[in-house]
Design a protein around this ligand. Structure first.
Ligand code: MN
Ligand code: MN
Length: 278
């Protein structure tokens, strides 16, 4: 295979905007360890060895202050700095509040982004527990500041009246869990940003999360969606993995698997993957 552009990896160990439980700050180190675990290899399902030198450019973890406003600014600056390398970037959260400052930095470079957001929750609260930066509100902030041209949410199964009104106000396209089949007919434009909240998955597959919402995606369904994408992907995050709730590292391995397949989708850069691989 010809040389591929490396993908940057950045850890965001921050969980102080969580509304219910702490623990997601431990996630970046656990996902890295699972990715490199001797229990598996580093090949993607369509035949890319992401263990090859210069495939992953790991920038380590950002050092983040505890104050939410200061942490948000540090994330925006750290992501902007990472994007100066010119590579696609995958951030490892952290709670879902990190996606707002990430998108502030992405918007400066990519003014025309589409966001594909995997989540059990729409995260569109105008104001949750009087925390503007709550992990329940990042997509309200992103849409009111026009940081994305189009927001598509998939796997949603907790929509309430307030968030339904917010979705209408911002023109959010929601593919709920019970209407998942509609994803196949969706037209997505690039450049694409993917925000993957681990609680989109059914808790049976990924118990290491803070908010259990039964009736979610299987791991296979999530991978199939990721593998079906045919647009350039410039950024992604994996958030809300809470190692304190995990069982035998099960969710860490799921997060690492999602990471591997996001890497594959990015490395294909919107082209059809090679067909000479089973
Ligand atoms: Mn979320
Ligand atoms: Mn969620």
């Amino acid at each position: 295979m010809t040389a591929l552009m490396p993908i940057s990896l950045l850890g965001l160990p921050y969980d102080l905007n969580s509304s219910y439980l702490l623990g997601t700050a431990e996630a970046p180190a656990r996902i890295r360890a699972a990715l490199r675990s001797d229990s598996c290899n580093l090949w993607t399902e369509d035949g890319i060895d992401v263990g090859q030198p210069d495939t992953i450019c790991d920038l380590g973890d950002l050092k983040l202050p505890s104050d939410p406003e200061a942490a948000s600014r540090a994330i925006e600056q750290g992501v902007a700095h990472a994007l100066e390398l010119g590579h696609p970037l995958i951030s490892l959260g952290g709670d879902h509040s990190v996606t707002y400052p990430i998108l502030l930095a992405f918007h400066a470079k990519y003014p025309d982004l589409t966001i594909l957001h995997f989540d059990a929750h729409p995260d569109l609260y105008d104001n949750f527990a009087d925390q503007r930066l709550s992990h329940a509100s990042p997509f309200a902030r992103i849409m009111e500041e026009h940081l994305a041209r189009h927001l598509v949410q998939v796997g949603i199964r907790t929509l309430n009246q307030h968030q339904r009104e917010q979705a209408r106000r911002f023109g959010v396209e929601i593919i709920t869990m019970r209407n998942l089949a509609k994803f196949a007919g969706l037209k997505l434009d690039g450049p694409l940003y993917i925000s993957f909240d681990m609680d989109v998955l059914d808790p049976a597959f990924a118990p290491g999360i803070s908010h259990y919402e039964p009736g979610g995606l299987t791991v296979r369904e999530a991978l199939t969606i990721i593998q079906s994408l045919r647009v350039p992907i410039v950024g992604a995050d994996i958030v809300e993995f809470n190692p304190l709730r995990d069982r035998n590292g099960q969710t860490a391995m799921v997060a690492a698997k999602i990471l591997k397949e996001l890497l594959a989708a990015m490395l294909h850069a919107g082209t059809v993957p090679p067909t000479n691989w089973p």
